[in-house]
Design a protein around this ligand. Structure first.
Ligand code: HEC
Ligand code: HEC
Ligand code: HEC
Ligand code: HEC
Length: 444
C-alpha cells in the first residue's frame, strides 16, 4: 500500500478523467519530516530522508505544506538564516511551508508565511476564478519549554493555535472565497477552531485521528482528518451550488483513497523514490559499518553475543529442535521470508518497516538490526507465542497461548493488510495439536 509515486499517479489519472475541468490542489497538513533525534543529534540517514521529502514536495507541486510541531527539529536546521537563500534555491518547497503560529524565536532562523492564497479556474467553475486561502496551524507540543511566557522548541516560538486563528482568519477571509485551515491538531482543537472562529470553510486536521471516508462538522466548518504514512490519500471534493454567490460550497465528499496496486505509479516520481532510497540506504549502511580494526570487530562480536545471551527470545531454530512439525509448516509460510521481502526492496534498515517483519522490535531483547540480532529477522514463532527461551530450557504445557485475532492484527492492520480475515489466513498457516485455535488446547 501507498507511496509517493502512486499519490502522483492518482492525481494524474483524476486530472485526465476530468479533462482539466476540475482544479486539483494538493496540500499537506503536517508531520512530513522525521523528528527522530538521537544523542548525537539527527542521524545522517534521517536528514537525507527529510531532504528528499522536500524534493518530493517540489515534484508534487504542493500548494501549501503546514508546519506540524514534529517538523520543527528538522526545520530548525534548514530554516537557519545563514545560507537560507542558497537552500531555498536547492529546495524550492521551503517556500511552500505555511504556519500562522510558529515563528522564529530570534533572528537566527527564517519564518514561514502564515497563509497562502491560490486562484483556481476550470470549466466547471464558470467564468470567475475562485481564490482559495490556506492557513497553517499546529498544536503546542508538551516538549516545548516555557521561556518568559513563550513556548519555545528548537529556536521557534509556538503560539496557541485557536487564539492565532481568531486573529488571522478575518484578514485572510477578506482575501479569499474559500478558507481552508491546515491544522496539525487533535480532534478537540479542530472542534474548538470550527466552533469558536467564524469564517472557516474547511479544516484539514492531521493528528492521531482518522475519519475514514467521512466528515466531522464544527460550527460552519467541515473537518476532515488526514491519515498518516501516505498509504491513503485524503481526498476532499468540494461542490458549488450554481445558485449561490461565487465560492459558496454546497456539498462536501471526503474519502481516504487507498493507494493500492490498482493505482498506477507515476514513472518519474518512482525514479525519484528509488534515487532517494538508494541514497539513504547507503548512509544507513555506512552508519552501521563495523570498524576495520580487529579490536572494533571483536567488540562488535561481543556486543552481538551479549545481546543474544541476555535476550528472552530464542529464535525459531531453537524451537525446531522439539517442534519439528510446527517448524516445517512455518518454514514454508511467508512469515519465514518476511525479512527477505524488505531486503529485496532495500528497506531492511528502515525502522518504520522492520517492526512487523521481525521478532520483538522495541521489546527487551528483541530485534535491533540484522547484524546485531541475526536470529530475530522474519516473523517467527515468538512474534506470536511471546518470548520462549525459558520455555525451551524448561518445556511445559501452558506456554505461549496466542489470542486471536488480536495478535494477528497488530501487524495485519487496516493500512498494511486491508483484506485480513482471520479464518482463511489461519487456514494457510495452521499448525499445533488441534490445527485450529478452537481445538488447540483440548489435546493435553
Ligand atoms: C509480527 C507481525 C505479524 C504477526 C503478529 C502476524 N503476521 Fe502474518 N504476516 C506478517 C507479514 C510481514 C507477512 C508478509 C510476509 C511477506 O510476504 O514478506 C505476513 C503474511 C501472512 C500470511 C500470508 C498471506 C498470504 O496471502 O499468503 C498469512 C496467511 C498470515 N500472515 C497469517 C497470520 C495470522 C493468522 C496471524 C495471527 C495468528 C498472523 N499472520 C500474525 C506479519 C505478521
Ligand atoms: C504494522 C505492520 C507492518 C509494517 C509497519 C510494515 N508491514 Fe509490510 N506487511 C505487513 C503485513 C501484515 C503483510 C502481509 C500482507 C498480506 O499478506 O496481504 C506485509 C506485506 C508486505 C509486502 C508484500 C509481500 C509480498 O510479496 O506480497 C511488502 C513488499 C512489504 N510488506 C513491505 C513493507 C515495507 C517496505 C514497509 C515499511 C515502509 C512495511 N512493509 C511495513 C505488515 C507490516
Ligand atoms: C502467526 C502467528 C504464529 C506463528 C508465527 C507461530 N504460531 Fe504456533 N500457534 C499460533 C496459533 C494462533 C496457535 C493456535 C493455538 C493457540 O491459541 O495458541 C498456535 C499453536 C501452536 C502450538 C500448539 C499449541 C496448543 O496448545 O495446541 C504449538 C506447539 C506451536 N504453535 C508452536 C509454534 C512454533 C514452534 C512456531 C515456529 C516454528 C510457531 N508456533 C509459529 C500462532 C503462531
Ligand atoms: C526442549 C524441547 C522444546 C523446545 C526447545 C521448545 N518447546 Fe515448546 N513445548 C515442548 C513441550 C515438551 C511442550 C509441552 C507439550 C505438552 O505437554 O503437550 C511444549 C509446548 C509448547 C506449546 C503449547 C503449550 C500448550 O499449552 O500445549 C507451544 C505454543 C510451544 N511449546 C511453543 C514453543 C516455541 C515457540 C518454542 C521456541 C521458542 C518452543 N516451544 C521450544 C518442548 C519444547
Amino acid at each position: 500500500m501507498g507511496g509517493l509515486a502512486r499519490r502522483v499517479g492518482y492525481s494524474n489519472e483524476l486530472s485526465k478523467l476530468t479533462s482539466g475541468q476540475v482544479p486539483i490542489l494538493q496540500v499537506d497538513a503536517g508531520h512530513f519530516f522525521s523528528d527522530v533525534v538521537g544523542e548525537k543529534g539527527m542521524a545522517t540517514d534521517t536528514r537525507i530522508k527529510n531532504s528528499w521529502m522536500l524534493r518530493a514536495f517540489a515534484a508534487l507541486g504542493l500548494t501549501a505544506a503546514n508546519v506540524g510541531f514534529r517538523d520543527i527539529p528538522y526545520l530548525s536546521m534548514v530554516m537557519e538564516s545563514a545560507g537560507f537563500e542558497e537552500r531555498l534555491k536547492q529546495y524550492p518547497a521551503l517556500g511552500a511551508l505555511v504556519s500562522a503560529n510558529v515563528e522564529p524565536a530570534d533572528a537566527s532562523k527564517r519564518g514561514f508565511k502564515p497563509y497562502v492564497v491560490r486562484e483556481v479556474t476550470g470549466g466547471r467553475l464558470g467564468s470567475k476564478p475562485i481564490r482559495v486561502g490556506f492557513l497553517g496551524l499546529t498544536e503546542v507540543p508538551a516538549t516545548a519549554k516555557n521561556v518568559k511566557g513563550r513556548w519555545i522548541l528548537d529556536g521557534f516560538a509556538i503560539a496557541e493555535p485557536v487564539a492565532v486563528a481568531a486573529k488571522l482568519v478575518p484578514e485572510l477571509r477578506a482575501r479569499c472565497d474559500l478558507l481552508v485551515v491546515l491544522a496539525y491538531v487533535d480532534r478537540n482543537t479542530a472542534q474548538r477552531l470550527g466552533t469558536t472562529v467564524p469564517g472557516i470553510d474547511a479544516i484539514v486536521a492531521a493528528r492521531q485521528y482518522n475519519l475514514y471516508n467521512g466528515v466531522d462538522e464544527a460550527g460552519d466548518a467541515v473537518v476532515v482528518y488526514a491519515s498518516n504514512q501516505t498509504k491513503h490519500l485524503g481526498e476532499l471534493r468540494l461542490y458549488r451550488d450554481e445558485k449561490e454567490p461565487a465560492g459558496a460550497i454546497s456539498n462536501y465528499i471526503h474519502r481516504d483513497v487507498p493507494l493500492d496496486a490498482a493505482i498506477p505509479d507515476d514513472p518519474a516520481t518512482l525514479k525519484l523514490v528509488y534515487d532517494a532510497r538508494a541514497e539513504f540506504t547507503r548512509a544507513q549502511r555506512d552508519a552501521r559499518l563495523v570498524g576495520d580494526t580487529p579490536e572494533e570487530a571483536k567488540a562488535f562480536e561481543e556486543q552481538r553475543r551479549l545481546l543474544a545471551v541476555q535476550s528472552p527470545f530464542a529464535g525459531a531454530e531453537r524451537c525446531a529442535s522439539c517442534h519439528v512439525q510446527e517448524y516445517a509448516i512455518w518454514k514454508d509460510s511467508r512469515h519465514a521470508h518476511a525479512f527477505k521481502t524488505l531486503e529485496v526492496r532495500q528497506r531492511e534498515l528502515d525502522a518504520t518497516c522492520t517492526p512487523c517483519h521481525t521478532v520483538g522490535q522495541g521489546e527487551r531483547g528483541g530485534f535491533r538490526d540484522a547484524r546485531l540480532t541475526p536470529q530475530l529477522v522474519n516473523v517467527q514463532c515468538e512474534s506470536c507465542h511471546t518470548p520462549g527461551k525459558q520455555h525451551g530450557d524448561k518445556p511445559a504445557a501452558g506456554f505461549g497461548a496466542v489470542p486471536t485475532p488480536a495478535t494477528c492484527v497488530k501487524c495485519h492492520n487496516k493500512s498494511n493488510d486491508p483484506d485480513f480475515e482471520f479464518a482463511s489466513y489461519w487456514e494457510k498457516i495452521k499448525h499445533g495439536n488441534g490445527l485450529a485455535p478452537a481445538a488447540a488446547h483440548s489435546g493435553h
